[in-house]
Design a protein around this ligand. Structure first.
Ligand SMILES: [Zn+2]
Length: 208
């Protein structure tokens, strides 16, 4: 549970749309760094038909993973998939998430009341609702959330939040970039690749 730390700040929140851009350059010179990713589809405890349970399925998340890998390939960062499965959370936690509050769920991870089969360096949770936002990565938690119906591509939201976990902040001047908020931009610039790789190396080596 070493990556599951209480959030000090909340980052992210994304809305609106624009054309998809997938860049695929500059990765060749970067030796691949592999970090572990666990992905969970979150149900209300014992009720996958609940209004609070995600309507995604494992096959759908597997497709998202393939596209996440493609988005991060230019940085030479690869994800080993430790888990893709369903996990239960309480009605209270999911109601709280649906109003955009992540603290209750993170506390559940921390105290074990949300039991994960496999904790990884990065742990993604696909949830029914996050209120008005597409995704969020509470700072320092190693955790990101993606809502069932984001206003941009699922893989873009997921990859953007992973970018936050790898130490990237928002881009504010270019909507084609992955770290611009609320678009389908997917470009990574050199500085972002350097920072993300630096942090990925720290995770991969156990130093972070
Ligand atoms: Zn963001």
């Amino acid at each position: 549970m070493r990556y599951l730390i209480f959030p000090l700040l909340l980052v992210a929140s994304c809305a609106s749309t624009s054309p998809a851009v997938i860049s695929d350059n500059s990765g060749a010179a970067n030796e691949p760094i592999e970090i572990a990713l666990s992905l969970y589809i979150v149900d209300e405890t014992d009720d996958s038909n609940s209004d609070l349970s995600s309507q995604r399925d494992v096959a759908g998340v597997e497709q998202i993973v393939e596209r996440i890998q493609a988005i991060w390939r230019p940085a030479g960062i690869e994800f080993s998939i430790a888990a893709i499965s369903r996990v239960d959370a309480s009605t209270e936690m999911l109601s709280s998430l649906a109003s955009g509050e992540t603290g209750g769920f993170l506390n559940g991870l921390y105290n074990g009341s949300v039991a994960l089969p496999k904790v990884s360096a990065i742990n993604g949770f696909y949830v029914r609702s996050l209120g008005t936002i597409n995704g969020i990565a509470p700072l320092g938690s190693g955790v990101f959330f993606v809502t069932d119906e984001p206003s941009v591509h699922d893989e873009r939201v997921s990859s953007h939040e992973i970018g936050h976990i790898l130490g990237l902040h928002h881009a504010i001047d270019d909507s084609n970039r992955l770290m611009f908020s609320g678009t389908n931009g997917m470009d990574l610039v050199e500085a972002e690749i350097s920072v993300a790789r630096y942090n990925a190396e720290g995770i991969a080596s156990g130093a972070r």
